[in-house]
Ligand binder design. Structure first.
Ligand SMILES: Nc1nc2c(ncn2[C@@H]2O[C@H](COP(=O)(O)OP(=O)(O)OP(=O)(O)O)[C@@H](O)[C@H]2O)c(=O)[nH]1
Ligand SMILES: [Mg+2]
Length: 436
């Protein structure tokens, strides 16, 4: 994409700081830098400059960096002016640029959008920059860095190639029906479909993991009244967030607490004890609990030896059964099974809680790459096309299988941006900050 418009924005956060940066991208960038500093910008050199407006009034002094397109972030000529980080100074510089030069203020994410259009980044990488900036833990930063370096994109490309290859074979089989050999019943086709299916499953699982890591885990505590859910929430959040009492049915509403467990951002949600009740407030509490359980990443099903258990509602969440109040029994505290799906602990003494954190973070821990929900949604849709293609292959309906594979390819193209609509790009880049 070539654009004649030159854009500028303050690239540093709002407020006062030691240094403030204004970034300019487009064909008028170098001329503007020359007019303000009195010198032609030099690529590869950092130049000290006194920046003045057309009347010769000093705006501020600082340094000017020049990057000639296409060897720049956006692929266009780019200037960065580093001046003192005063909001008033930065506003004066922006005003001068936009009034005295053919330059306009950039929209949120417009620099990244230009980088995307100029082939400097694909969509996954552009999103990874935003995720890296908003990362809340070391693991999330590392995952976003891997996405930025192309780990996720190259797995998408590899899957795309494998889909294309199978599709081409199928189309060849359809196009040459006069050949004696029945291509469609070739076991090689089914083997290739199987390999695609397996890689798709892995990619989907890794992408889900990447979403959890960048956006954090939602962990819902549910179970019978008095099982100790609120006690466990308080212990994990190291706060008296929830009221704890020996009266069954103490918690009615959902209670949220944002914590970091071993560096992973986690939203803990305490819920009303699950039981049948005539009390409309408690009924509403159970309804809300059920809803929270349905959308959780993890469900901690809290049980205790001194109260009857309540079954938990159906959920896609990974379930860990927490045998609480282990201090009341003689069995070993902190014990967990090999799948990390059962843990014995005491929310009162805290014994065994480390094992629970280990189980939660072990699942969320390191991720191959960062991802977003839109990537997961596209991979889920791809999975449906793959399933359809597999069934059609078995039934010998090669043309429909090929069409399903083509639709699957589109889903992958949406992830990386090979297939995109203005609306999709608008949605993605408008969530970025200005100057990025
Ligand atoms: N001995 C022992 N008592 C506990 C433990 N955890 C909670 N309790 C006690 O169990 C009772 C109920 O605890 P809560 O944390 O309020 O239980 P809850 O599951 O939130 O109950 P509801 O909000 O009514 O659904 C309180 O008296 C707690 O002190 C534990 O690990 N050991
Ligand atoms: Mg409670």
């Amino acid at each position: 994409m070539t654009t004649s418009e030159t854009i500028a924005a303050v690239a540093t956060p709002a407020g006062q700081g030691g240094v403030g940066i204004v970034r300019i991208s487009g064909p008028a960038a170098f001329a503007a830098a020359q007019a303000l500093s009195g010198h032609p910008p030099e690529v590869g050199r950092v130049r000290f400059a006194r920046l003045r407006n057309q009347q010769g009034e000093l705006i501020d002094e600082g340094v000017v960096l020049a990057f000639a397109g296409p060897h720049s972030f956006t692929g266009e000529d780019v200037i960065e002016m580093q001046i003192h980080g005063g909001p008033w100074l930065l506003a004066r510089l922006m005003e001068c640029l936009c009034r005295e030069h053919p330059i306009r203020g950039a929209r949120p994410g417009e620099f990244s959008e230009r980088a995307f259009h100029n082939g400097k980044l694909d969509l996954v990488q552009a999103e990874a920059i935003a995720d890296m900036i908003s990362a809340g833990s070391d693991q999330a930063v590392r995952a976003a860095q891997r996405s930025l370096s192309g780990v996720f994109s190259s797995r998408c490309h590899a899957l795309h190639e494998a889909l294309l290859d199978l599709r081409m074979r199928l189309e060849a089989a359809i196009d040459f029906p006069e050949e004696d050999i029945d291509f469609l019943s070739d076991p090689e086709l089914m083997a290739r479909w199987q390999a695609l299916h397996v890689e798709h499953q892995h990619l989907l699982e890794d992408a889900r993991h990447g979403v959890q890591l960048s956006q954090g885990l939602t962990v819902v505590l549910a179970g019978a009244p008095n099982a100790g859910k609120s006690s466990l929430l308080n212990y994990l959040s190291r706060d008296e967030t929830a009221i704890v009492s020996a009266i069954a049915g103490t918690t009615r509403d959902l209670l949220r607490s944002a914590v970091q467990l071993a560096g992973v951002p986690v939203t803990l949600i305490d819920t009303a004890g699950l039981r049948n009740s005539d009390d409309p407030v408690e009924q509403e509490g159970v309804r809300r609990a059920t809803k929270a359980i349905a959308s959780a990443d993890f469900l901690l099903h809290v049980r205790a030896p001194d109260i009857p258990d309540s079954p938990v509602p159906q959920t896609q969440a990974r379930i860990i059964t927490v045998h609480n109040k282990a201090d009341l029994g003689a069995e070993p505290v902190g014990w967990m099974d090999s799948q990390h799906s059962q843990i014995r602990l005491s929310a009162r003494t805290g014994e065994g809680v480390d094992s629970l954190i280990e189980a939660l973070v072990g699942h969320a821990g390191e991720s191959d790459f960062s991802a977003r929900q839109r990537h997961v949604d596209a991979l889920v849709r791809l999975g449906r096309h793959l399933q359809e293609a597999g069934q059609c292959l078995q039934q010998g309906a090669g043309d429909i299988a090929a069409e399903e594979l083509r639709l699957g390819q589109r889903e992958l193209g949406e992830i990386t941006g090979q297939v995109h609509s203005d609306e999709l790009l608008g949605r993605i880049f408008s969530s970025f900050c200005i100057g990025k």
